[in-house]
Design a protein around this ligand. Structure first.
Ligand code: C2E
Ligand code: CA
Ligand code: CA
Length: 536
């Protein structure tokens, strides 16, 4: 078993950090969800309690107003009876009285309880005749609400409301922890609290969730409180499930990631496929040069595998694998698209530049390559007549007739076709004669032997002669010395590529070379002389 690569270790650490980050984000989101949900529930509870208190108060106000309308304030026995009846039928009313201008009782039924001990100032209601204040019964500790309706003659009809009746009964279950609800007047004095008798000391001590709801009808509000510990207990199951799922998913993703990367490392085809999809297969560009004038004629695209750590893998290590596995079709497509993106703008400005791509024998067995070339270059910045497709002679073409048809279809579009590595392989003269290609590329083997092997020169001369007769261009490959360049010039071979000019270059270097050596040619329309000629 191989030891994990630096990439795998870095990817695992990166993946683990990402997973921790994701867990943190989701956990924080969960906590804020719990907080918001608990707050919403507390607000709903506070609203419910407030509307309960408002309804109770409303009932008493209505009773007081009805009583004043029906019986006035004359302390007659009818009035006393009616007060007694009102107290009897309205449970929260614990006392009644008619008060004079100085707020002293003029008359009161038995159990009148008035006047009480005031605990707050008086608040006026929307109906200006009515006001209330927080008070305490004279004979007991409980709080009451002193409600007073003022008559035009200065007298008042007053009642005391037992404030504990203003809040609904709430079950404070043990699971939900301490929860308090306070009904208070605007200025803060307590009217009533739940649990009963709990005056709410320590509200909002930082460990509690506290919400407030103001009444729109009366000058009072509800403050509801719930301990955060109780909230945590209530939601702990949900949090446990979500956190466990997160942990499980993260561990599962990491394991799958590990296994995938390990498998890719052990399965070279899977690794190559992944590399292509990750954009690690990149085009390098080896310039072809005009041996007579010295300018750049174009470039041959050569594949490189740029590993994540920056190392470059030569095509000899992965092209045979791509051909055997069938990945070569996708790989060729990837290279064509990427080359088009990288040099398209420069090529659009220099229509004479050519761009060569290497195909393999299988590409000429079906017309798919024709469709692929159309799909990549139609509407692109590289014209079909700038493209050269190379077919190597090293491997045999399975079906010469089919290859001939494919080549003819490519040529119909304007694409040129070259035979690569001429003289090294299976084709011999039959490829040159039958395929109808546009260019022949003389292999480095013959260029290397120019000065040492006499037969090499004869073969080159024969090829040049044949090319001339058949109207084909010649490119010499693998040119490494000035002597070789001299010889090529002498033989009229005016295009060559090789280390003497430049090795395969990354796009940026190739483009810099083109920009430096080949200023864009002005188009016919942009040429001022042509414009003048047109005008005349
Ligand atoms: P090739 O098509 O004959 O490409 C020329 C090879 O010769 C390139 O090697 C290039 O770097 C090298 N070369 C160019 N000038 C010189 C020189 O002056 N001296 C020496 N010693 N070498 C020179 P590279 O890039 O390693 O490519 C090797 C082969 O891999 C190519 O041979 C081609 O058959 C294949 N290949 C590369 N890219 C692709 C591709 O995209 N598709 C296919 N099907 N094959 C490719
Ligand atoms: Ca080639
Ligand atoms: Ca070649």
């Amino acid at each position: 078993m191989r030891t994990p690569s630096r990439f795998l270790i870095a990817a695992t650490v990166g993946g683990a950090l990402l997973a921790v980050g994701a867990i943190f984000v989701i956990d924080t989101t969960l906590e804020s969800y719990v907080e918001n949900h608990a707050r919403d529930r507390l607000v709903a509870q506070a609203r419910g309690s407030l509307s309960f208190a408002e309804t109770r108060l409303e009932q008493t106000v209505t009773t007081l107003v009805d009583l004043a309308a029906k019986a006035g304030d004359d302390c007659s026995s009818k009035m006393i009876d009616m007060m007694r009846f009102a107290m009897f039928s309205n449970m929260p009313m614990k006392g009644m009285a008619i008060l004079d201008e100085k707020m002293q009782p003029v008359c009161t039924p038995a159990g009148g309880n008035l006047p009480p001990i005031s605990l707050s100032r008086e608040f006026q209601l929307a109906d200006k005749r009515i006001s209330f204040s927080v008070a305490r019964f004279r004979d007991r500790q409980e709080r009451s609400l002193h409600l007073r309706l003022e008559r035009p003659n200065g007298r008042s009809l007053a009642t005391l409301i037992a404030t504990e009746a203003l809040l609904p009964e709430i079950e404070f279950g043990r699971d939900e922890g301490i929860k308090r609800i306070r009904l208070q007047v605007e200025s803060g004095e307590l009217i009533s609290a739940r649990p009963a008798g709990d005056e709410g000391a320590g509200l909002d001590d930082g460990r509690s969730l506290v919400v407030q709801q103001r009444s729109e009808r009366y000058p009072m509000m509800i403050v509801a409180e719930r301990s955060r510990r109780a909230i945590a207990v209530e939601y702990q199951d949900l949090q446990f499930i979500v956190r466990s799922c997160l942990l499980f998913v993260s561990i599962f993703a990491l394991v799958v990631f590990w296994l995938t990367v390990r498998r890719n490392q052990e399965d070279p085809v899977a690794a190559l496929r992944l590399a292509m999809r990750n954009g690690e297969i990149v085009p390098f560009f080896q310039p072809t040069v005009d041996t007579m004038k010295g300018g750049v004629r174009g470039a041959e695209v050569l594949a490189r595998w740029r590993k994540p750590d920056g190392t470059l893998v030569s095509p000899a290590h992965f092209i045979p694998l791509a051909e055997q596995s069938g990945l070569i079709y996708e790989l060729t497509n990837v290279l064509m698209k990427r080359a088009c993106e990288e040099v398209g703008a420069t090529y659009a400005a220099r229509p004479h530049l050519r761009l060569g791509f290497n195909l393999f024998a299988g590409h000429f067995d079906e017309a798919k390559i024709v469709e692929d070339v159309k799909a990549v270059f139609t509407g692109s910045r590289i014209a079909f007549d700038q493209i050269v497709l190379e077919v190597t002679e090293r491997a045999p073409l399975p079906d010469l007739d089919e290859a001939r048809k494919v080549i003819a279809s490519l040529q119909e579009m304007g694409v040129r076709v070259a035979i690569d590595d001429v003289g090294t392989g299976h084709g011999g003269l039959s490829y040159l004669l039958k395929l109808g290609v546009d260019i022949i590329k003389i292999d480095k083997m013959f260029i290397d032997a120019i000065s040492t092997e006499r037969y090499s020169q004869i073969i080159i001369e024969t090829l040049v002669e044949l090319a001339r007769t058949m109207n084909m261009e010649v490119i010499a490959e693998g040119v490494e010395t000035f002597e070789q360049v001299e010889y090529l010039r002498l033989k009229g071979i005016n295009e060559a590529q090789g280390f003497v000019f430049a090795p395969p270059l990354p796009a940026s270097s190739y483009l810099a070379l083109v920009e430096a050596m080949d200023r864009p040619r002005p188009s016919v329309v942009e040429n001022p002389l042509a414009k003048l000629a047109g005008a005349a």
